[in-house]
Design a protein around this ligand. Structure first.
Ligand code: ADP
Ligand code: MG
Length: 267
C-alpha cells in the first residue's frame, strides 16, 4: 500500500519560477495528489490567475466562487474558500478565478501588501501536513506573498534550452524576500522536469543544475510524457488519469523523496 511518512512539522512550499511553462502547475498538482493518496493532508493554493491548478484538480472556479482573490482582499476566510478535490479526499484546494488577474495591481495600494496571504492562511494551515502554493509566472506581488507565507521554495526546472536563464534573478529575489520579509525562507527543493532521455541537451541541463544546486535537486526526474500533458484536459492529475504511466511513477517518486527528506523521526 501507498504510504509516506508524516513530516516533522507542517511544510509549506512556494512552487515558483518566473518562467512560464516549466512545470510549476503540473508539479504542484501531481506532488499534492501523490502525497494525499498516501494518506497525508494536503492543501493546494492556486495563486495563478490562469487557474490551471484549479482546473487540473477538478474544483469549481467560475466567477463568484470563493477563491484566493476574495481571501486576499479579506472578503472570505481561507477556510471558507477551501474545496475538496475529487481526486483525493484529503486534498483541499483554494481555487483561483479570473478575478485574481487584477490583484497584482490592487495589492499595491493595500496595507501589508506583501503579507496578506500569510495572514489569511495563518491557522488553516494547521490542519494540513503539506501546503503548496502554485505561483504565477512572474516575480510580482503575488509571488512575493507566496514567499512570505512559506518556508520552502520548490523550483521546477525544465530540461530545455534557456532553462537556467532567469534563475539568477529568481534566486536574488528569494534572497531579498529572505532579508527583508521572511528570514525562514529556503530554496529546499529543485525538480528537473520534461526530461527527454533521447537528447543530449536534457542531460547537459540536468548535470549543470546538479553541479550548481547539489543535494537540493531531487534524484527523481520527471520525463516528458504525453500522459502528463493529457491529464489536465480530464480535470485530473496523471496520478489518477494513468497511475501506471511513467509520468505518474516519476511524480510518485518525487513526492516520496520530498516526504522522506522532511520525515518525522520514528518514535
Ligand atoms: P507552468 O505552471 O510552469 O506554466 P505547466 O505545469 O502548466 O507549467 O506546464 C506547461 C505545459 O507543459 C502544460 O501544457 C503541461 O501539461 C505540459 N507539461 C508539464 N510537464 C510535462 C511533462 N513532464 N511532459 C509533458 N508535458 C508536460
Ligand atoms: Mg502554472
Amino acid at each position: 500500500e501507498l504510504t509516506m511518512p508524516r513530516p516533522r512539522h507542517r511544510r509549506v512550499f512556494s512552487v515558483a519560477n518566473q518562467k512560464g511553462g516549466v512545470g510549476k502547475t503540473t508539479t504542484t498538482v501531481n506532488i499534492a495528489v501523490a502525497l494525499a493518496l498516501a494518506g497525508l493532508h494536503v492543501l493546494v493554493i492556486d495563486l495563478d490567475p490562469q487557474g490551471n491548478a484549479s482546473t487540473a484538480l477538478g474544483v469549481e472556479r467560475t466567477t463568484g466562487t470563493p477563491s484566493i482573490y476574495e481571501v486576499l482582499i479579506g472578503e472570505y476566510t481561507a477556510a471558507e474558500a477551501i474545496q475538496t478535490c475529487p481526486d483525493a479526499p484529503r486534498l483541499g484546494c483554494i481555487p483561483a478565478t479570473i478575478d485574481l488577474a487584477g490583484a497584482e495591481i490592487e495589492l499595491v495600494g493595500m496595507e501589508e501588501r506583501e503579507s496578506r496571504l500569510k495572514k489569511a492562511i495563518d491557522g488553516v494551515e494547521a490542519e494540513f501536513d503539506y501546503v503548496f502554493i502554485d505561483c504565477p509566472p512572474s516575480l510580482g506581488l503575488l509571488t512575493v506573498n507566496a514567499m512570505v507565507a512559506t518556508h520552502e521554495v520548490l523550483i521546477p526546472i525544465q530540461c530545455e534550452y534557456y532553462a537556467l536563464e532567469g534563475l539568477g534573478q529568481l534566486l536574488r529575489n528569494i534572497d531579498l524576500v529572505k532579508q527583508h520579509l521572511n528570514t525562514t525562507l529556503d530554496v529546499s527543493t529543485i525538480l528537473l522536469t520534461m526530461y527527454d532521455g533521447r537528447t543530449k541537451l536534457s542531460d547537459q541541463v540536468a548535470n549543470e543544475v546538479r553541479n550548481h544546486f547539489g543535494p537540493k535537486v531531487l534524484a527523481s526526474v520527471i520525463p516528458r510524457s504525453v500522459k502528463i500533458s493529457e491529464a489536465p484536459g480530464y480535470s485530473q492529475s496523471v496520478m489518477t488519469y494513468d497511475p501506471g504511466s511513467r509520468g505518474a511513477m516519476s511524480y510518485l517518486d518525487a513526492a516520496r523523496e520530498i516526504a522522506q527528506r522532511g520525515a518525522k523521526e520514528p518514535s
